[in-house]
Ligand binder design. Structure first.
Ligand code: SF4
Length: 251
């Protein structure tokens, strides 16, 4: 009898705790959720910036274009020699695609990247007087530059408000409940830009990327060491598989 009471009491306490948790997660407003996430990162990751090495908008553009489907580490191995040989858009525009290929052949998709880099540099010379433009709209006119790359350049090189959404940002923001039913990166971008205070966008972008890269991994997130598990919808949901299949198909 005693053990039954004890057991039922434990179950009740656990159930009440679970109910309370569910209550907290479901009733937490978007504003509160963002506040908690911002406070966490401000305390635990006060400095967050790109791991790509660059000295000016041109170099960042090249590095970001090379980083598609390639690690930042690999890109940082390629760019020093690349920038010595092609120090600006003019030098790059004057080079042949074959010569550019020789400098980028150790990263993924070197053929298409060499073509895009050449096309980008030529258009920058022709249409923008050799200067990398700053607005996402202008940046997206350059060959090989999509919305995500344009937002990265605009945000990181020029400090303009933007939220580039890559696979890490998309996944982490969905798991934490910063986005709701965002079916594609653009939908996530709109929600994130709406809720993060504008001055924090550059930091927030890197917070989410770095958290996704080192803690909230796609297949095996390190929830046991994650300081955000207390408010994480994914961690506290019972259907992790459906979460994963949901966003993998969109990014
Ligand atoms: S608790 Fe797990 S799923 Fe949630 S943000 Fe942290 S690592 Fe990602």
């Amino acid at each position: 009898m005693y053990s039954y009471t004890d057991l039922s009491g434990q179950i009740y306490v656990k159930f009440a705790h679970f109910q309370q948790k569910i209550h907290i997660f479901r009733d937490m407003t978007k504003k509160e959720r963002y506040k908690r996430v911002i406070e966490y990162f401000q305390e635990n990751m006060p400095v967050a910036e790109t791991e790509l090495h660059y000295a000016n908008p041109y170099e960042l553009m090249v590095a970001v274009m090379l980083s598609a489907q390639c690690t930042d580490k690999r890109v940082n191995m390629i760019t020093p020699a690349f920038f010595r040989r092609f120090p600006d858009s003019e030098a790059l525009a004057a080079a042949t695609i074959e010569e550019i290929f020789e400098h980028v052949k150790s990263c993924s998709y070197p053929n298409s990247k060499a073509k895009h880099l050449s096309g980008m540099a030529r258009k920058v010379i022709l249409d923008y007087k050799g200067e990398i433009p700053s607005s996402p709209e202008e940046l997206m006119t350059l060959p090989g530059v999509g919305r995500k790359t344009a937002n990265v350049i605009s945000l990181v090189a020029f400090g303009r408000p933007a939220m580039p959404v890559d696979t890490h940002v998309f996944r982490v923001s969905a798991r934490l409940g910063l986005t709701t039913r965002a079916r594609n990166p653009y939908a996530a971008e709109v929600q994130l830009v709406r809720h993060f205070p504008e001055p924090l966008l550059p930091l927030a972008h890197h917070w989410l990327i770095l958290h996704g890269r080192y803690v909230c991994l796609a297949r095996k997130p390190k929830c046991d060491v994650c300081g955000l598990s207390g408010i994480c919808l994914y961690y506290n949901s019972g259907s992790k598989k459906s979460w994963d299949s949901g966003f993998r198909s969109h990014v």
